[in-house]
Design a binder for this molecule. Structure first.
Ligand code: SF4
Length: 238
């Protein structure tokens, strides 16, 4: 079994299914649009702050594509300020709503139709990357978690685990890192979704910055003989 598959198995054995998406305000289940909103809002902030922002939108009865798109920018910024910087996030949300209206008649379901097929997923990804404020991590999170697209989300947690274990080039370009993981895991969107969630969890609980907490970490047995590699490439996000 490859090291990456072992890592996945050990994380899964230790933590169990993560049941992502983490920013679901209604009965623990997020719909596709809520996932997209959360994927934009979580850029450079925590899920806790995202949940507060989405709760504010719900209280204002302003969660739909149409409502967010039509809202005055300052008002939207005020509602989502917990996930700041609010004006930047408001602008990005409205860029996404404008894109959906222009290209998909305002329907996220139309955007996601057929994305289980990798070629369709890649086309939609390219379109999403043309939206202001949507980078590869955000686009892949939307397509994977809202649409079941076979895409792999790369983030700083993943790069940090890779770097400390000496797995491939943790500082490589986004798409190269995504390909590294996809090629070593079963070709299954559900596995990609679970793997991302598990790696976020190990990053939050153990593989922290600036120092890892390797004692008791599910990936401790996969460390290099001398322990984690702490020097090297700078962390990159999108
Ligand atoms: S905390 Fe240590 S063992 Fe766990 S993933 Fe990070 S480097 Fe590996």
């Amino acid at each position: 079994m490859s090291t990456i598959r072992r890592a996945y198995r050990q994380l899964h054995d230790a933590y169990g299914p993560q049941g992502w998406w983490p920013a679901a305000t209604r009965d623990g289940v997020a719909d596709a649009w809520e996932i997209a909103v959360g994927a934009v809002l979580v850029q450079h902030t925590s899920w806790k702050n995202v949940l507060r922002a989405i709760a504010s939108l719900e209280q204002a009865d302003a969660t739909s594509v149409a409502a967010i798109g039509a809202m005055e920018r300052d008002r939207l910024a005020a509602l989502i300020r917990s996930a700041g910087p609010p004006r930047v996030k408001a602008e990005r949300l409205q860029a996404l709503t404008a894109f959906l209206v222009e290209e998909f008649n305002g329907s996220i379901d139309s955007l996601l139709e057929g994305v289980e097929d990798r070629r369709v997923a890649q086309r939609r990804r390219t379109q999403l990357l043309g939206v202001r404020g949507v980078g590869p991590e955000t686009a892949d999170a939307i397509l994977l978690y809202a649409g079941g697209a076979p895409l792999f989300v790369v983030d700083a947690y993943k790069r940090r685990v890779m770097r400390r274990h000496g797995w491939d080039d943790a500082g490589a370009k986004y798409d190269e890192v995504a390909t590294f993981w996809r090629r070593r895991l079963p070709a299954d969107a559900a596995v990609y979704a679970e793997a991302h969630a598990l790696l976020v969890r190990v990053g939050v609980e153990h593989c922290r910055s600036p120092r890892p907490r390797c004692e008791g970490c599910p990936l401790q047995s996969l460390l290099p003989p001398g322990g984690p590699l702490l020097e090297g490439v700078a962390e990159k996000t999108e």
